[in-house]
Design a protein around this ligand. Structure first.
Ligand SMILES: Nc1ncnc2c1ncn2[C@@H]1O[C@H](COP(=O)(O)OP(=O)(O)O)[C@@H](O)[C@H]1O
Ligand SMILES: [Mg+2]
Length: 203
């Protein structure tokens, strides 16, 4: 029997957090994000997303009722508009409110700009949301050096057990063929793969 090497990710835990506080925060932060995007939706918990948001509560509070591994980050995949990015952004604001930990948000189409600004090593350890993975340029030359920005970051982040949150619209086999099986295995070690279902909220 071969054991799957499971990496324990460094992650903050929110203690003494009640469901009432959590659902109030969901509404506040969910609506704030929608308003910032100048959209007219009202943030809501529906039959489609109730299980997702319940698991997020358990994940945040390190409660073993969670259906996901509590020692891994999160990767939400599924079709456009189902609420993947907003769910991770809400986690970002809740973590900031209760732990003061800042989670970087990187839309992968702007990944190169971010790396040019901060350098690759800046992203070795810090908590990051990679929004819409596999839409970035695979290989780039920065200061004369050729890098594969996302795989290079994932290798370093894997070494450090860095909290990694991600979204994408792609199927797993597309991700695997884009990044290769080694990086794909690292992503599996770093993140719970969670398929987000339901209809699009985009009107
Ligand atoms: N729980 C929700 N209640 C109401 N509207 C939502 C909810 N989740 C998402 N939306 C709406 O759908 C839009 C798209 O959500 P987003 O998270 O960006 O989708 P995805 O990342 O899955 O493509 C949001 O900007 C928001 O207006
Ligand atoms: Mg998105």
């Amino acid at each position: 029997m071969t054991a799957i090497l499971s990496k324990k990710v460094n992650r903050p835990i929110i203690h003494k957090y009640t469901p009432d506080q959590y659902f109030a925060d969901l509404r506040t932060f969910g609506q704030m994000i929608i308003n910032d995007r100048c959209e007219e939706n009202t943030f809501e918990i529906t039959d489609d997303n109730r299980e997702l948001y319940t698991n997020i509560f358990y994940w945040l509070t390190y409660n073993d009722k969670c259906q996901w591994s509590l020692n891994k980050g999160l990767y939400f995949f599924g079709s456009k508009g189902v609420g993947k990015s907003i769910a991770l952004l809400i986690i970002k604001w809740i973590l900031y409110k209760y732990t003061s930990i800042h989670v970087e948000f990187i839309q992968t189409k702007f990944m190169i700009d971010k790396i040019t600004e901060h350098g690759l090593d800046y992203y070795n350890k810090r908590p990051v949301i990679f929004d819409d993975i596999a839409k970035e340029q695979m290989t780039v030359k920065i200061f004369g050096r050729e890098i594969q920005p996302f795989p290079d970051m994932i290798n370093k982040r894997y070494e450090h057990g860095a909290l990694t949150l991600m979204t994408s619209n792609f199927k797993n086999d597309t991700i695997e063929s884009k990044y290769g099986s080694v990086i794909f295995d690292r992503l599996i070690s770093l993140c719970n793969f969670v398929k987000i279902t339901g209809g699009s909220f985009r009107k």
